[in-house]
Write a new protein. Structure first.
Length: 458
């Protein structure tokens, strides 16, 4: 059963919104006093849940023409009007900043239940995947004692809301993202597509705390295009080992892995694809027969994404991070001539030079290079690093994507035609999707992904 909240933008004609919600599959309509105070009675095709939250909903509560299914009172909130006849009581607790301990939530839920509530609702904001496991455990434990709604809010909420569908008394959803009443809500269309007797298959991406990624949009689109009941979400983390294990315990069966955890991910695998083993870098992890298998699709992403790089004679690469092994392997496959790695970390660049048979130098020597392909593989801008002038027909690549960077602004003035990392992102994502799903991708998938990326950028 799905519940949709009336957004402020729809308060001028709540009947039309309620009809849209009913047609989309909602079973109840929530009216929140803090979002739509003083709302006049209207003809609603759905029963209502009234949540005063300090706002005036008295006219709705007194209307004999409306079906008031539930009155939702926040912990400590007094009922501002008599409870309508036949109306149930929800006792709620919200924490928009953090997630209290399971012990504290357990005590609070039982205290709220003791007030005579028909349904206990806990909505909290987890900050790490281990807390999603705690919420799943609380739903199983407290659901035995009576109807509950236990749900996450915030960046980690997506999978929790999907896993809670079968255990919660109802699920909060929205008609579109703009109308979400809490961070992390899925749309009704997403819920209905992913609904089933068992939870959908789950995939995600692990990256650093400041991760910015279009991978969820790409993979969710591919999963939907191929008719798969599966979802994909982003998990920025400073502890990839714990996050990986907690998410795997939650049921995630495949990961994209991005900077800075591609080398660390090798430690988490039971098996490595020969290329991932040789490069010492994993960007794709897939659960197969209860064993985690590590793969490396960045090489494919570069080779397939930038065929114009084939046969470049003099190449300079700036950086020494986790993507470098795949990048240097891809350049070798593209027939690059003389390649030199420029980085501040001398030990790292010497190791790369030894392992891949390339030259190496410090950042201060970059400006004196003569190159026809310049690749920026640092995660941040470095305006203090002088760039070399391009040889005739010079090309440049910034592996970052989705924004105009300092490198992309400076390189054209030095004679380079510049690309960003979006083509690598798409090509490696298609290869990842095939590993996750077992499906085969083609030109139609490529066109759809590029179209979505274009729409997202505009």
């Amino acid at each position: 059963m799905y519940l949709v909240t009336l957004p402020p933008a729809a308060a001028s004609d709540p009947r039309v919104f309620a009809e849209r919600a009913r047609e989309a599959g909602a079973a109840m309509l929530e009216i929140r006093g803090d979002l739509s105070p003083g709302l006049a009675p209207f003809e609603s095709p759905l029963p209502l849940v009234l949540a005063p939250r300090g706002g005036d909903l008295g006219a709705l509560a007194r209307s004999s023409a409306l079906r008031i299914a539930q009155l939702d009172l926040e912990d400590g909130e007094a009922a501002p009007f008599p409870r309508p006849r036949g109306c149930g009581l929800i006792a709620s607790f919200h924490d928009h900043e953090r997630m209290p301990s399971p012990q504290e939530l357990r005590r609070r839920a039982r205290r709220l239940r003791a007030t005579g509530a028909d349904v206990v609702k806990l909505a909290v904001t987890p900050s790490e995947p281990a807390q999603l496991l705690d919420l799943e455990g609380l739903r199983h434990e407290l659901g035995v004692e009576g109807p509950i709604v236990i749900t996450a809010m915030g960046p980690l909420a997506r999978f929790d809301r999907l896993l809670g569908v079968g255990l919660n008394a109802w699920t909060y959803a929205c008609l579109d993202e703009a109308g979400a009443s809490a961070p992390g809500q899925l749309t009704l269309a997403e819920h209905r597509r992913l609904a089933g007797a068992t939870p959908p298959r789950l995939f995600g991406i692990l990256g650093g705390p400041g991760m910015r990624t279009l991978s969820p949009a790409i993979h969710r689109g591919l999963l939907q295009d191929h008719g798969l009941r599966a979802d994909y979400a982003a998990f920025p983390t400073s502890d990839p080992i714990s996050s990986f294990r907690d998410l795997a315990a939650l049921g995630v069966e495949g990961f994209s892995i991005t900077s800075p955890w591609k080398r660390k991910a090798v430690e988490l695998m039971d098996e490595l694809d020969p290329l991932a083993a040789r490069l010492g870098s994993v960007n794709t992890a897939v659960l197969r027969k209860r064993r985690w298998c590590g793969f490396q699709t960045d090489v494919v992403g570069i080779v397939d994404g930038y065929p114009e790089f084939r046969g470049r004679d003099r190449v300079a690469v700036v950086g020494s991070g986790g993507v470098l092994p795949a990048l240097l392997e891809a350049l070798a496959r593209l027939g690059a001539g003389r390649t030199r790695v420029h980085a501040r970390d001398r030990a790292a660049r010497e190791r790369l030079a030894r392992d891949f048979g390339v030259a190496q130098a410090g950042l201060e020597e970059l400006a004196t290079s003569e190159v026809d392909l310049l690749i920026w593989a640092l995660p941040t801008d470095r305006p203090d690093v002088a760039l070399p002038r391009a040889r005739p027909g010079g090309l440049a690549l910034d592996l970052r994507y989705g924004r105009c960077t300092d490198f992309m602004n400076r390189a054209p003035a030095l004679g380079y035609a510049v690309s960003d990392g979006s083509r690598m992102l798409v090509a490696q994502a298609l290869a990842q999707f095939e590993l996750f799903s077992g499906e085969t991708t083609g030109e139609r998938d490529l066109a759809r992904v590029l179209e979505r990326l274009q729409s997202a950028s505009t």
